[in-house]
Ligand binder design. Structure first.
Ligand SMILES: [Zn+2]
Length: 300
């Protein structure tokens, strides 16, 4: 059954995904953005100042690509248009190494702070820029801070209209998403556009009734690996890959000397020392590939 708009079905209706292989490959993704691309702190890190801040992207990209090469893993990189224009050679390197290039908006704007017209313009600009650099069609999209949700009813139609195959923005947890969103990969249908879009939600843990992030950021750095692996296997038994998301800050271990709100500072910096170790442990126990590949596996 497909999901129309945001009238989401119960999990059991997603039975088209038979439990075929519990050793299935899971999605590894990187939100390729700089440390200062933090939502809702424009007054502290104004966009007009971005070009003046020191960037971590050269250093982090070297480290990410080296680790992925060592482990023989392909990943999906959700690229910010701003970063692609500033570092096209790095985007080309990522693509040349065989990784998937996907889109993460032009300037890290929350979708629900903008109009459908703004989003259409942003999608056209981003796809063109990234396609020209990597020479491939861009199939995937992720909204900054998971901001594609009930407040953006036009977004699914626009992604379909612009030829995207999948989205990875529905966080099944409170505050930044909706705990009612399905936790497994599933189809979405637009209200107006023909065609479908697949959704790859970030994996969450259900701890004492509260859904919390577990597949990237502070969640991955915090929760016991045994809990995380158990959840991955549970999703895999339902026929769905788990979707993990890392950021360049996870690979650099810098301290960011900024007066940010406590929550933003924790999300940016808490436990950064353990990020790469956590990822390596995951790589020891799980198979990973791009979201594009996982989508092909689900369709086959
Ligand atoms: Zn982002």
């Amino acid at each position: 059954m497909a999901v129309t708009g945001f009238n989401l079905p119960p999990i059991e209706t997603l039975s088209f995904m038979s439990a075929k292989n519990i050793a299935m490959k899971n999605c590894l993704s990187i939100d390729w953005e700089d440390w200062f691309h933090i939502c809702e702190v424009d007054h502290l890190l104004p966009r007009r100042e971005w070009n003046r801040y020191p960037s971590i992207l050269e250093e982090a990209t070297d480290k990410i690509l080296a680790l992925l090469k060592l482990r023989k893993i392909k990943a999906t990189f959700f690229i910010l248009g701003y970063c692609a224009r500033r570092y096209p050679h790095l985007v080309a390197r990522i693509a040349l190494a065989g990784h998937e290039i996907a889109y993460h908006t032009d300037r890290h704007q929350l979708l629900y702070d903008h109009s459908a017209e703004d989003f259409q313009e942003d999608l056209e600009k981003g796809r063109t820029c990234l396609s020209e650099i990597c020479g491939r069609q861009i199939k995937g999209f992720r909204a900054p801070q998971w901001s594609l949700n009930q407040k953006t009813p036009w977004a699914v139609d626009l992604l379909i209209k612009n030829g995207f195959s999948y989205d990875s923005s529905h966080a099944p947890m409170p505050i930044i998403g909706d705990p009612g969103f399905p936790e497994v990969a599933h189809r979405l249908k637009g209200d107006k556009e023909q065609g479908e879009l697949w959704e790859f939600p970030p994996m969450v843990l259900n701890l004492a009734g509260l859904k919390v992030p577990a597949a990237g950021g502070w969640g991955l750095r915090t929760w016991p690996m045994a809990l995380i692996l158990r959840k991955v296997r549970s999703l895999n038994r339902q026929g769905s890959p788990a979707t993990f998301f890392l950021h360049p800050v996870d690979f650099t271990n810098h301290s960011y000397d900024r007066a940010l709100p406590l929550v933003k500072k924790a999300v940016l910096s808490y436990g950064l020392r353990t990020s790469v170790r956590s990822l390596e442990l995951l790589m020891d126990h799980l198979e990973f590939t791009t979201i594009e590949d996982c989508l092909e596996n689900l369709k086959s």
